[in-house]
Ligand binder design. Structure first.
Ligand code: FE2
Ligand code: FE2
Length: 211
């Protein structure tokens, strides 16, 4: 680098405008929140990177399954993509098991909560309930009722969710599958998760206070 080109100062993305000074929310001021919102907007720019980094944590973890949890996720998304499902659906397929590391006893809730601001109510329901619907294919092997999903029979999203598990989730454990790499899905995830449609921080004008 030539001597006359100065290296830009490092940006502390957590403190772009300094820090608020309150010790309780009740004492906070609009000036404090201007700083916090500015910091949040910078931090939120890397949201999808953090999501993808977390998904990568499923690599190498087989948990006794024939393939790693990441490979299973890639196969599920690849099957959905090749079946012509739209981008939002494919992203749901890719991330449906992202909660495996943190939600050992309720993993679908983790993915559903992460996707909720960005997807339709139908896709949210599908991701949230996929654990119960997936159980149709194995619950009877571990002393559970494979028909647990029947409690939702007649629900408008029953068949939609059953189809997801039948076509894309339960068959996605092949050792010889030519799954698409994670990089092939990155731009889809960025597009789907770029603007929250349903967030408590959305203003009346549909702008997001933190986005
Ligand atoms: Fe799952
Ligand atoms: Fe799965």
């Amino acid at each position: 680098m030539p001597d006359d080109v100065k290296t830009p100062p490092a940006v502390d993305e957590h403190q772009p405008l300094g820090q608020a000074t309150f010790s309780s929310f009740a004492d906070s001021t609009a000036e404090d929140w201007t700083k916090i919102v500015a910091a949040a907007k910078v931090f939120n720019r890397n949201h999808v990177d953090r999501v993808l980094d977390h998904l990568k944590m499923l690599e190498g973890d087989c948990g006794g399954f024939p393939v790693s949890r990441l490979e299973h996720s890639l196969q599920t998304a690849t099957l959905a993509h090749r079946a012509g499902k739209d981008e939002e659906y494919v992203v749901c397929a890719l991330l449906h098991d992202i909660g495996d590391t943190l939600g050992c006893f309720n993993h679908p809730d983790i993915a559903a909560a992460m996707l909720k601001p960005f997807v339709s109510e139908q896709n949210y329901w599908m991701v949230e309930k996929h654990g119960i619907f997936q159980g149709y294919y194995f619950f009877h092997h571990i002393g559970l009722d494979r028909d647990t999903r029947e409690q939702f029979r007649g629900h408008p999203h029953f068949e939609y969710t059953a189809q997801f598990c039948h076509l894309f989730d339960q068959p996605a454990f092949r050792k010889d599958f030519d799954s698409m790499p994670l990089e092939a899905f990155e731009r889809m995830v960025r597009r789907v998760m770029s603007v929250p449609k349903n967030s408590i921080y959305n203003r009346a004008d549909s702008d997001n206070a933190l986005g």
